[in-house]
Write a protein that binds this ligand. Structure first.
Ligand code: M6R
Length: 365
């Protein structure tokens, strides 16, 4: 089953160009400006009456929800909230009456997510799910949904399921945006960017050896920070989760600007940082954050899009990702983050597919 790969995690990272193509297939409209989904069980008229979206999930899927929040608010201008399923369930949150609840779960069997979904349904909210397992409990119990079609994910650390969830949220942002104020031209740009993405992922995957060489130098640290702003903040959280679950290195993700409010105290020669930098309106502020870490002798691995001009003397290692539309940045930037964790864990002799204390599907509370 592994073919030429050594681990399922490695195989699943490399499958991403194809798993994402599979998730897109047949889901773009003929006019080339929007996406559509067969199983939402909601008409465009009904969707226009949705005033708010509430996303619920756990772990990596919760990080995908944070990306969804950013993309849907930006492109569809619908307010979005994101809750840990385990917290939402007991919080008894008052929700607006026209709230649509969306559960994201790779397995479709995570008990906390299922319980939160049931609680939302009990209160009479309309529910959707995004999941990767056809016929799973969450898929069956939600009123409608989107299947990921990413193929089975065996490695405990979620990789291809994560990028597929982000992609579907980007497509949902596009679809909801086109029902509202997103222009035809902007829609066309997004569709083109999504279609170009699998090839760009292949380009990033070709840097595997380079990333493995970088990983070698960082395998013996016991702490690591992942920093990013805006859309890169959830990817920083995901990078930290990936590293801690498979390599047992203590890692934390932060919005880079939060550093000065506390975490900067951790920076030393013993605590490297992974910076996720993309071009855009606040790029120069990310640079200032990198400088703050450098000034405290923290080692820096920078993962950046091609159009970022990062002064070489400011960082220790650089991985460059192709220039792309904003909507695909969180996907492209995830790939080096996954590879870095994978190679660091290998260097440390860890069982990457079956990390200690973890199960693939968490069916206990
Ligand atoms: O199957 P689900 O997407 O509901 O699983 C949620 C989390 O348990 C899962 O993402 C977990 O955090 C992974 N081990 C992350 O790699």
């Amino acid at each position: 089953e592994l073919g030429d790969y050594h681990h399922f995690m490695e195989k699943e990272i490399f499958e991403q160009p194809v798993s994402l193509e599979n998730g897109m297939r047949g889901r773009f409209a003929d006019d080339g400006s929007t996406a559509f989904f067969g199983g939402l069980n909601l008409t465009p008229q009904e969707l226009r009456h949705v005033d708010r979206l509430l996303f619920i999930a756990c772990g990596t899927a919760w990080h995908a929800c944070l990306v969804a929040e950013y993309l849907i608010e930006r492109y569809a201008r619908i307010p979005v909230e994101v809750e840990y399923a385990s917290e939402f369930r007991y919080r008894n949150a008052p929700l607006d009456k026209n709230t649509l609840v969306i559960a994201i779960s790779q397995s479709g069997e995570t008990i906390d997510t299922l319980a939160a979904l049931r609680e939302a349904k009990r209160k009479g909210y309309r529910t959707l799910s995004i999941n990767n397992s056809v016929g799973s409990t969450i898929a069956r119990e939600s009123d409608g949904g989107i299947y990921q079609h990413a193929g089975p994910e065996i490695g405990v650390a979620s990789t291809k399921a994560f990028t597929s969830q982000i992609m579907l949220c980007a497509m949902l942002a596009l679809y909801l945006g086109r029902l509202r104020d997103l222009s035809y031209g902007d829609g066309v740009e997004i569709v083109k960017a999504l279609k170009a993405m699998p090839e760009q992922i292949r380009e990033v995957l070709r840097q595997n050896d380079k990333i493995a060489a970088i990983a070698k130098q960082y395998a013996n640290y016991e702490d690591c920070l992942f920093l990013g702003r805006q859309l890169m903040f959830p990817i920083a959280l995901e990078g930290a989760l990936k590293l801690k679950e498979i390599s047992y290195i203590h890692a934390e993700g932060y919005p880079a600007a939060e550093m000065k409010h506390g975490p900067i105290a951790l920076i030393s020669e013993q605590c490297p940082s992974v910076f996720l930098a993309t071009s855009g309106e606040i790029f120069h502020k990310s640079l200032a954050n990198i400088q703050e870490v450098k000034a405290r002798k923290g080692k820096i691995i920078c993962i950046a899009t091609e159009d970022c001009d990062i002064p070489e003397d400011l960082i220790d290692d650089l991985v460059v990702v192709p220039e792309c539309h904003e909507i695909v940045k969180p996907i492209l930037m995830s790939i080096p983050v996954q590879l870095l964790s994978y190679h660091i864990a290998l260097e440390r002799g860890c069982d990457v597919d079956k990390p200690r204390n973890l199960a693939k599907s968490v069916t206990v509370e």
